[in-house]
Design a protein around this ligand. Sequence first.
Ligand SMILES: O=C(O)CCC(=O)C(=O)O
Length: 258
Amino acid sequence: MPIGSKLHSTISDGSVQNEEKCTDTLFKKKFVFEEPIKVERHKPEEKTIKEHGIHEISTSANGVSRICYFPDFIEKEKADEIFNILYKELPWKQRSDVWPDGRTFLQPRLTAWYGDLPYTYSGQTHQPNPKWHPILQEIREHLQKSLGIYFNSMLANLYRDGHDSVGWHTDKNPSLGEQPTIASLSFGDSRMFELRKNPPLEENGDYTYMEHIKAPVTHGSLLTMEGALQHDWQHRVPKEYHDRGPRINLTFRLTFPE
Ligand SMILES: O=C(O)CCC(=O)C(=O)O
């Protein structure tokens, strides 16, 4: 008598009958070792944003992630003038990132901060700097009128050459609110702005099979990051392996007291 039938003969409800059937099937079935099916995974093809306009790049429970891209936002002569003024006149400084274990690393770029409030990221704080340079004030007003959005602060980055960069990160900072719109203007040499989608938990932080998107950030271009983008994507400007001239990036934000 099969072991299963003996065990279940003392119980008389419907579920046991089902179990008996399963057990019978199990005894009749021949044990065959089968190779596990290998699921072939492919890296999604990297996309490059070239078309001007609004690009909805993903939708999740967090909402829609959006990039707005305007390569010719500021005409060349004006962009040349802005670059020269900012390069010479902003209080550029090389700061350090402070890691959670206390180690410090010089950032591979120079920065300057403008805004009524302090701004903290990567363990270091930019002190309030409410005295906007006149050219920055002019750009801020033009941007606000064009986008219909108010900005009260701006982080400027100077990439001195192709060796300067900013690594993968999100601008997910309590002072920026839940779904910030960050407007990023570029002047000087072209660089590549890259995005990668955050992996689901089961990928254990592995980005190999996640979507990657690039956008060339050229002289006078505007790129905005909007919606759920800071929740669902990371961004960076990588080092280049060709010679590059200096590039200035202005990222306008609306910040709140922390
Ligand atoms: O230089 C850029 O385009 C990006 C700068 C950036 O990611 C940042 O300031 O958070």
